[in-house]
Design a protein around this ligand. Structure first.
Ligand SMILES: C[S@@+](CC[C@H](N)C(=O)[O-])C[C@H]1O[C@@H](n2cnc3c(N)ncnc32)[C@H](O)[C@@H]1O
Length: 261
């Protein structure tokens, strides 16, 4: 059986990867890592985020870069669709060669806003008899919670994750309805912008309980209270925001009828 494993390699720190992920990466005939490049120009590209973690664990001879349009806002643009097709053909080509097991590394978890799903769908269409599996990875939101000493959810609290590229409306609704709100893609030009997000946190009375984390586990890591951000600064694409609702003492958010949690 031929197998394609989508492997979550964590948000950046090469130690934030599971034992299973390392085992499967090392056992794969080929390990693909996505890079930001035009097809055919992978070698000249900057090292990708998943690639850095993979290189810490896997023999370089089995690592292959593949172009993937990771930064192409605007939905399923022709460029993006072409890049997904290209990457799927490259992966299918590895199976057409001798590979029985192929791994594709993805930052964080492959089931959370990941490119792996698009690749897997296309590979399944063009390469017959390939079983597709994923290995969970540690997400950026978990890493930011750990590094900032934030408890994400207790007792009956709700926890919601949304991409800030969804716009101001969904963020306002989440801030009004949920206890803990996590925003991904804060640095994307497609979002409302840092000034608008800070303004909304302030209006909701939730700026003082918000933490910002950029480039977690990578050079230039930046973790600070969101209140210290200026509305004029530019934040990197790898930026995450968490705001929790203030808690009243130990176990204060346990419901009256709650179970052992
Ligand atoms: C396309 S999503 C990928 C999410 C990833 N699959 C996960 O499970 O965390 C990209 C967003 O994840 C967050 N992210 C991923 N890695 C990060 C890091 N090292 N530092 C801060 N945020 C990160 C950012 O919000 C970024 O805009």
């Amino acid at each position: 059986m031929r197998r394609l494993n989508g492997v979550g390699v964590g948000p950046g720190d090469p130690e934030l990867i599971t034992v299973k992920a390392v085992r499967l990466l090392r056992a794969a005939d080929v390990v693909f890592v996505p890079v930001l490049a035009r097809p055919g120009e992978e070698d000249a590209a900057e090292q990708g985020r998943a690639e850095a973690t993979v290189r810490a664990h896997v023999d370089a001879a089995r690592i292959r870069r593949v172009a993937f349009a990771l930064n192409d806002p605007g939905g399923v643009t022709p460029g993006r669709a072409a890049a997904w097709d290209y990457a799927a053909r490259v992966v299918a080509g590895a199976f057409a060669g001798r590979a029985r097991t192929v791994a594709f590394a993805t930052i964080g978890d492959p089931a959370v806003y990941s490119t792996f799903g698009y690749l897997a769908q296309t590979v399944a269409r063009i390469a017959a008899g390939v079983a597709i599996e994923t290995v969970p990875g540690i997400t950026a939101l978990q890493d930011l919670a750990a590094r900032s000493g934030t408890v994400l959810a207790e007792g009956t609290e709700s926890l919601v994750l949304l991409p800030l590229t969804a716009g101001a409306g969904p963020l306002a609704e989440a801030l009004a309805r949920h206890d803990t709100v996590v925003g991904y893609k804060l640095g994307s030009a497609a979002g409302p912008g840092i000034a608008a997000v800070l303004g909304m946190l302030g209006e909701a009375g939730r700026l003082g309980d918000a933490v910002f984390g950029a480039r977690l586990g990578l050079p230039g890591e930046d973790i600070r209270p969101a209140a210290e951000l200026s509305g004029r600064e530019r934040v990197p694409y790898l930026s995450t925001l968490i705001t929790v609702r203030a808690r009243a003492g130990r176990g204060g958010r346990l419901g009256g009828m709650s179970g052992p949690g």
